[in-house]
Design a protein around this ligand. Structure first.
Ligand SMILES: *Cc1c(COP(=O)(O)O)cnc(C)c1O
Length: 355
């Protein structure tokens, strides 16, 4: 007799992690911070090690209060999860189930379609526009009586494009109030346009907006798994019901609090990543690749048919990036050394092409 399986699971692709890199290579496949943890953050984690025989504070009260104060919202509107991918899952489970639809742009964050299917709901991907950005008009047109949630990934992973604050506001105002708009701002810290921070402002002004933030990318805590949402209190209450109990460890909560204490230091690091990101764009375009200007910590190269070629050239130069077969490559902005390597790898190809 076959083992039991849940109906519909064969339609769910397993999450594909960014490729691991051989020792000494530049791992630019998962949009991680190129910096090791700040000494103060590592110390805060060490200080809590002696308590790991206890369960963590499930409500993450200290962190939620801290975040509430930082953004001028109520602690009841803040929810935490084991990375913002868990928060995205909580939000979907809190508002959508069998027969409901969840709209998002495509290509966007790889986890959206699987998370929607796992909740029993139906993913409704809406193609990006010709400039690799969200096509908000098409997304509005995709809303049906079954729509419960819309993701706007801003800046978008993997293309790095942003929706301007005014444009996003018009979109939110046009979405019916019984549909939750989730602005996924995993990369907001790297956004140097006026849309930086737009999500929180929309949350303040509209009843049907939630904002997702993470400590994984700009704050460099990808390995500890902690992210949060600022959401309408009714939604936040339902998120707590669907969350896996004790999903966020005490070490992660301590590291998040210590990171909030060190935001000035982290801001310097974020600025460095932004410099390398812009340099990465310049290096790619100078070598003739169709890179897209980015406001995140990576650059998208819609290389199409030449994707495999670009991937292997990078790999030969010791750079591991994230390739989407036949579509393009996303390269994370790493350290100066990492981007030097990208430049050197691209130069070898140019020589071969010219020869
Ligand atoms: C990386 C990422 C996340 C979440 O990362 P976590 O490590 O789970 O916090 C969420 N949204 C987008 C768009 C991302 O790229």
């Amino acid at each position: 007799m076959p083992l039991p399986t849940r109906a519909g699971l064969d339609a769910v692709p397993a999450y594909r992690q960014g490729r691991s890199a051989p020792v000494g290579a530049s791992k630019l496949s998962s949009n991680e911070s190129p910096h090791p943890p700040l000494p103060s953050v590592a110390q805060a984690v060490r200080d809590r090690l002696d308590g790991i025989h206890r369960y963590p504070d499930m409500s993450a009260a200290a962190l939620r209060e801290r975040l509430a104060a930082r953004y001028g919202v109520d602690a009841a509107e803040v929810t935490v999860g084991a990375g913002s991918v868990e928060i995205a899952s909580q939000l979907i489970h809190a508002v959508a189930g069998e027969g409901d639809e969840v709209v998002f742009a495509w290509r966007s964050f790889e986890a959206y379609p699987s998370l929607v299917r796992i909740a029993g709901a139906t993913p409704v991907p809406v193609p990006l526009d010709a400039d690799h950005g969200h096509d908000l008009e098409a997304m509005l047109a995709a809303i049906t009586p079954h729509t419960r949630l819309i993701f706007v990934c801003n800046p978008n992973n993997p293309t790095g494009t942003v929706v301007g604050a005014d444009e996003l506001e018009r979109f939110v105002a046009a979405v019916p109030h019984d549909v939750l708009v989730v602005v996924d701002e995993a990369y907001v810290h790297f956004d140097r346009t006026e849309s930086h921070g737009a999500g929180i402002e929309l949350f303040r002004r509209h009843p049907h907006v939630a904002v997702l933030h993470t400590f994984s990318k700009a704050y460099g805590l990808a390995g500890l798994r902690i992210g949060y949402a600022i959401a309408p209190v009714e939604v936040a209450e339902n998120q707590r019901k669907v969350a896996v109990p004790f999903g966020v460890t005490d070490l992660a909560q301590a590291a998040a609090l210590a990171s909030l204490d060190a935001e000035d230091e982290l801001a310097t690091r974020i600025d460095e990543v932004v410099v390398q990101r812009d340099r990465l764009y310049t290096v790619l375009t100078a070598a003739g690749w169709p890179a897209v200007r980015s406001q995140a910590n990576f650059v998208w190269v819609p290389a199409g048919e030449r994707t495999a070629e670009l991937e292997s050239v990078l790999q030969a130069g010791g750079v591991i990036a994230r390739a989407f077969a036949g579509e393009g490559i996303r390269i994370s902005s790493g350290s100066t050394v990492d981007i030097d390597r990208v430049a050197a790898a691209l130069a070898t190809l140019r020589v071969e092409v010219d020869a």
